[in-house]
Design a protein around this ligand. Structure first.
Ligand SMILES: [Ca+2]
Ligand SMILES: [Ca+2]
Ligand SMILES: [Ca+2]
Length: 252
């Protein structure tokens, strides 16, 4: 009996060693040791995820992919480290698509100088021009009252031209910040993505000057604002969120 136990234990040890020596590549997805990461705050909590997921493949229905630092692929390629919000019910594009609410466990956004936070989507350029899927963005300090950024939209430009989406949308600009290569921090002026200034919200909604939102809600713009993603020839549609990062913040 003792011999059998010894053989069994030996086999288990061998199996465990085999596991740890797996040839699979290391997961470089998380916590890349970029020097900027200790000072760069990105959303780390999913509060809610309400996709219209009829047209969203399962790998892109993981809201955790919107947490942490962006993994932008630049001008020609969209990040796949994204969660898709979707916009379809029974084959019909809805006037408003799916949404996600993200937050920051230790920080609030504050209205500092210039832009205060950025949303990173995965716009890229293909043979048709820019593949753009846009969403509306709103913020809240209590997860009850949300204040939406106003948008400016110019239908004189085609749906694959960033000039159509003049201001207030996310999902317009390609993303260059990527925590896998650490070359550009999310707060860098060259990081890409779409920038938001809390000052706009404070003035538009007449809020106290020390309004400090902690929640960012992103809602696919659906059929209300025609974009490339609304073209039914594309199977996988709806805005894709990679990350939300704060430039001006304060600890709780
Ligand atoms: Ca500001
Ligand atoms: Ca996209
Ligand atoms: Ca991501």
């Amino acid at each position: 009996m003792k011999d059998i136990i010894t053989i069994f234990v030996s086999i288990m040890i061998f199996i465990c060693i085999s596991c740890s020596n797996s040839d699979e590549p290391e997961n470089t997805d998380t916590n890349a040791p970029c020097t900027y990461q200790s000072t760069q705050v990105c959303a780390d909590i999913v509060i809610a995820y309400n996709p219209l997921n009829e047209n969203v493949d399962e790998p892109y229905q993981n809201p955790d992919l919107a947490l942490g630092h962006p993994k932008g692929k630049g001008e020609q390629q969209g990040s796949t480290d994204v969660v898709c919000l979707g916009d379809l019910i029974n084959g019909e594009i809805q006037s408003e698509g799916g949404n996600i609410i993200l937050s920051f466990s230790k920080y609030h956004i504050i209205n500092g100088s210039g832009i205060d936070f950025k949303v990173f989507e995965n716009t890229f350029t293909n043979y048709d021009g820019k593949y753009i899927e846009v969403a509306r963005v709103s913020v809240s300090d209590d997860n009850v009252n949300y204040y939406e950024f106003p948008v400016s939209y110019n239908e004189n430009y085609p749906i694959n031209d960033i000039r159509r989406y003049e201001s207030g949308f996310c999902g317009v600009n390609p993303v260059y910040a990527n925590s896998e290569n650490c070359e550009i921090a999310p707060s860098d002026a060259n990081s890409g993505g779409d920038a938001f200034d809390i000052d706009v919200i404070i003035k538009l909604y007449n809020l106290p000057v020390d309004f400090k939102p902690k929640y960012v809600k992103i809602t696919d713009a659906g059929s209300k604002y025609e974009d490339v993603g609304n073209d039914l020839k594309y199977l996988q549609r709806g805005v894709d969120i990679d990350a939300v990062c704060i430039m001006n913040y304060e600890e709780n």
